[in-house]
Design a binder for this molecule. Structure first.
Ligand code: KE4
Length: 426
C-alpha cells in the first residue's frame, strides 16, 4: 500500500506541485500532504488506511458528512439516466427553486461549476449592468482565482504570500480596489472619492479565507447604504457561508439583502456546482436575454444537481442547524478550554457549522489581526493534531468546518488530542 509520500512523489511527476489546488500542498505547514482514499461521516481515511476526524470537509461542502447515504442514493439514481446532456433538464429548475426558497434575494439565478465561475460572472454582470469598471473587494477575502479578484486575495493566495498574483495585467488589476474588512470609515471615504465609478462591492459577509472573521455590527448595513446611494451593486460571496452559517447564509442571519449572491461548495454536496443570482433587473442582462455573456458546458449538470438537492434536503430537516451549531460551539469552547489550561493564548469564533481558531489573544477583527497570530504555534498544533488523527485546515488563513455527523465521541477524541498537543507548545 503506497504511502502519502510515495503518492506525492509520483503525483509531482505529472501534476503541477503534485496537487490540483495549492492549499492542499501543505506548503503553509510543511511536510507532505496526506493522500486520502475514502471518507465516511466525520472521518477521512488516508492511503494507508489511517482514520482522521475531518474538520475541513472538502473546504466546506461536506456539511452532511462524507458519503451521506441520501446523497449517494440520489447520485446513483441520477447517473443511471446519463451524466450530461448539454441541454436543459427539469432537475435544474427543481434545484433553482430550492435555492430560492433559502435565498429569496436571488430572484433569478444561474448555475455554473465552481465558486470562481460564480464570482467571476457576478462581477462581469455588475460591470455590464452599471457600465462601470472599478470593483471593490476586501483585503484577505478570497473569491476564487479569476484575474480581477486575485488582488490582495486570501486563502491560498495569502498563504503563499502572493495575494496579488503575477499574470494579472496591471491594466486590469488597477480596477480592483481593496479596503480593510470591518473598516466602514475607509469605505465611506472611498465612496466619497470614487462612488460613482464603482461597479460593485464584493465581500465575504463572514470571512473564511483570512480564517473566520465576523462583521462588526453596522459594517454590512453601512456597505448596503453606501451602495444604495451610489448605485453600486452589492455582491455577497456566500460560496463558503451559504447554507453553512445558517440555512439562508449570512444574508439570512443578518437580514441584509445583497443585489447579487454567489454560491458554491455545499450547493453541490461535493459535486462541482456554483451559482450566482439576485435582482431580476440585473440578471436579465445575461445572455440570452441581455448582452452580458456567461456560459458553461457542465453548468447545471443533472448529476451534480441531484447531489445538491439531496444535500439541501438533509440540511433543511428540522433541528439540523440547532444540532450542528451546538456541536460547533462545543468544539470551539473545548479547544479554547484546553488552550487556557495549557496557558496558550487562543481566540475562537463560530457560526452555524463554521469556525475559526487563532493562536492570538483576540479580538481578531481584520487581516492585520489574523497575521499577528502565532504561526509557529499553529504549525506545531496542526502537525500534532494530525499525528493524533485530527485533520485541520493546513493553513492559518482557513476557516474550519463541522458536519452533522460529528458527535460527542469525535469531540472527546479531539479534545484529548488538543490537550496532549497544546501541552507540548512552549
Ligand atoms: P472554487 O472555485 O474553489 O469552487 O470557489 C472559490 C471561492 C469563492 N469564494 C469563496 C468565499 C471561497 O471560499 C472560495 C474557495 N475557497 C477555498 C478555501 N478557502 C477553496 C479551497 C481551494 O482553493 O482548494
Amino acid at each position: 500500500m503506497p504511502t502519502s509520500q510515495q503518492l506525492f512523489e509520483r503525483a509531482s511527476l505529472s501534476i503541477a506541485g503534485g496537487v490540483n489546488s495549492p492549499v492542499r500542498a501543505f506548503r503553509a505547514v510543511g511536510g507532505t500532504p496526506v493522500f486520502f482514499s475514502r471518507a465516511h461521516g466525520p472521518f477521512l481515511y488516508d492511503a494507508e488506511g489511517r482514520e482522521y476526524i475531518d474538520y475541513v470537509g472538502s473546504w466546506g461542502p461536506m456539511i452532511a458528512g462524507h458519503a451521506n447515504p441520501d446523497v449517494l442514493d440520489a447520485v446513483r439514481a441520477a447517473i443511471s439516466h446519463g451524466l450530461s446532456f448539454g441541454a436543459p433538464t427539469a432537475i435544474e429548475t427543481d434545484m433553482a427553486e430550492r435555492v430560492r426558497e433559502l435565498f429569496p434575494s436571488m430572484e433569478r439565478l444561474r448555475f455554473c461549476s465552481s465558486g470562481t465561475e460564480a464570482t467571476m460572472s457576478a462581477i462581469r454582470l455588475a460591470r455590464g449592468f452599471t457600465g462601470r469598471d472599478t470593483i471593490v473587494k476586501f483585503e484577505g477575502c478570497y473569491h476564487g482565482h479569476s484575474d480581477s479578484l486575485l488582488v490582495k486575495a486570501g486563502s491560498g493566495a495569502l498563504t503563499f504570500g502572493v495575494p496579488s498574483s503575477p499574470g494579472v495585467p496591471a491594466d486590469l488589476a488597477k480596477h480592483t480596489l481593496n479596503l480593510p474588512f470591518n473598516d466602514l470609515q475607509a469605505a465611506e471615504q472611498l465612496f466619497q472619492t470614487h462612488g460613482e465609478q464603482l461597479a460593485c462591492v464584493i465581500i465575504e459577509p463572514i470571512t473564511g479565507n483570512m480564517n473566520m472573521v465576523l462583521p462588526e455590527p453596522g459594517f454590512l448595513e453601512g456597505l448596503r447604504a453606501l451602495c444604495d446611494r451610489a448605485g453600486v451593486v452589492l455582491i455577497f460571496d456566500e460560496v463558503m457561508t451559504g447554507f453553512r452559517v445558517a440555512p439562508g447564509g449570512a444574508q439570512g442571519l443578518y437580514g441584509i439583502q445583497p443585489d447579487l449572491t454567489c454560491l458554491g461548495k455545499i450547493i453541490g454536496g461535493g459535486m462541482p456546482v456554483g451559482a450566482f443570482g439576485g435582482r431580476q433587473a440585473i440578471m436579465d442582462q445575461l445572455a440570452p436575454l441581455g448582452p452580458v455573456y456567461q456560459a458553461g458546458t457542465l453548468s447545471g449538470n443533472p448529476v451534480a444537481m441531484a447531489a445538491g438537492i439531496a444535500t439541501l434536503t438533509v440540511l433543511s430537516r428540522p433541528g439540523f442547524f440547532d444540532q450542528l451549531s451546538a456541536t460547533t460551539t462545543a468544539f470551539v469552547e473545548g479547544i479554547l478550554e484546553a488552550a487556557r489550561d495549557a496557558g496558550i493564548p487562543m481566540a475562537g469564533v463560530s457560526q452555524g457549522g463554521m469556525f475559526g481558531l487563532f493562536f492570538h489573544p483576540g479580538p481578531v477583527r481584520c487581516l492585520t489581526d489574523v497575521m499577528a497570530a502565532n504561526e509557529a504555534h499553529f504549525k506545531a498544533f496542526f502537525h500534532g493534531m494530525l499525528a493524533e488523527g485530527v485533520y485541520l485546515a493546513p493553513s492559518l488563513y482557513e476557516a474550519g468546518f463541522v458536519s452533522s455527523t460529528h458527535g460527542p465521541a469525535e469531540l472527546e477524541r479531539t479534545f484529548n488530542a488538543a490537550r496532549k498537543v497544546l501541552a507540548t507548545l512552549s
